[in-house]
Design a protein around this ligand. Structure first.
Ligand SMILES: [Mg+2]
Length: 270
């Protein structure tokens, strides 16, 4: 989940000024956390507290206005009677990473990912995007190799994951749909050599950069830092989730303090 948040922050500068290169500074004076981070934390908060997803997402989401929500989502956040609005936007995928880290079986991950999506993004593609992201994280953190992840996700969700980042980049542009960004974010991970390389791949596609890097970053964190790193078996996720969740609940998670937590936590647990 920290990987998803760091991806959002790193990508934030390039959401509205896309780039087609992997050569860029990871952090910039204008780097901020955006809606991807706030809603990622909100979903994690629901898991930790046992509250319904809708309650946490609306409560924490409303506490952080102006971080990049879409118009329909803002209406939903403030509605007296919030109903799912059949969205296929990648908002369902950008907030789901904690599900892939928190649950212990494939079936439970798929079921919970669907639940997080359908509070608002109940279009089939919205649900698929959340499930594919969470399942990729689950498979990565439980020791699957990249080719197994590629096969499982493409067979189950019908995504074309045979392409490479270099195939996609020349013609890719800003796309906020799940079907037009989740497969590309997964490929950014599959094509990578490290966490940082994965995030650079995602941003270099020149699309919805913070969200692509957030989705890619969660999967890359699971793959590069979990089962493959002995020390991380001390369950850093719980530590990370709690720090983020508490910070946001107390409304004091401000940049750069919050970024400090994101960036320091992985080092602390190592
Ligand atoms: Mg965003």
């Amino acid at each position: 989940m920290i990987g998803a948040i760091a991806g959002d922050i790193i990508g934030s500068v390039y959401e509205h000024s896309q780039i087609k290169t992997k050569d860029f500074p990871l952090f910039h004076p204008r780097s901020v956390f955006t809606d991807d981070t706030v809603l990622t934390v909100a979903v994690a908060d629901a898991i930790l507290t046992g509250r319904p997803y809708q309650l946490s997402v609306r409560e924490i989401g409303r506490r952080y206005p102006g971080v990049g929500y879409g118009r329909a989502f803002i209406d939903w956040l403030h509605s007296d009677n919030p109903q799912p609005y059949n969205s296929w936007g990648n908002g369902s995928a950008m907030r789901v990473s904690s599900v892939g880290f928190a649950f212990d079986t494939e079936n439970k991950v798929l079921k919970e990912a669907k639940k997080t999506a359908e509070i608002s993004h109940n279009h089939l593609e919205g649900i698929k995007g959340a499930q594919a992201t969470a399942l990729s994280i689950f498979l990565a953190r439980t020791g699957c190799e990249k080719e197994e992840i590629r096969m499982e996700i493409s067979q189950r969700f019908g995504y074309d994951l045979k392409r490479t980042v270099d195939d996609i980049r020349p013609t890719y542009s800003f796309d906020v749909s799940c079907q037009g960004s989740v497969p590309e974010a997964i490929i950014a991970f599959l094509d990578s050599r490290s966490y940082e390389d994965a995030v650079r791949n995602a941003i270099s596609l020149g699309g919805d950069s913070d969200t692509l890097a957030c989705i890619t970053g969660g999967i890359a964190e699971a793959f590069y830092f979990f089962e493959r790193c002995e020390q991380r078996r001390a369950n850093p996720v719980d530590i990370g989730l709690n720090v983020c969740s508490v910070g946001f609940r107390h409304n004091n998670a401000t940049w750069p303090d919050f970024a400090g937590h994101c960036l320091i936590l992985p080092r602390v647990v190592e």
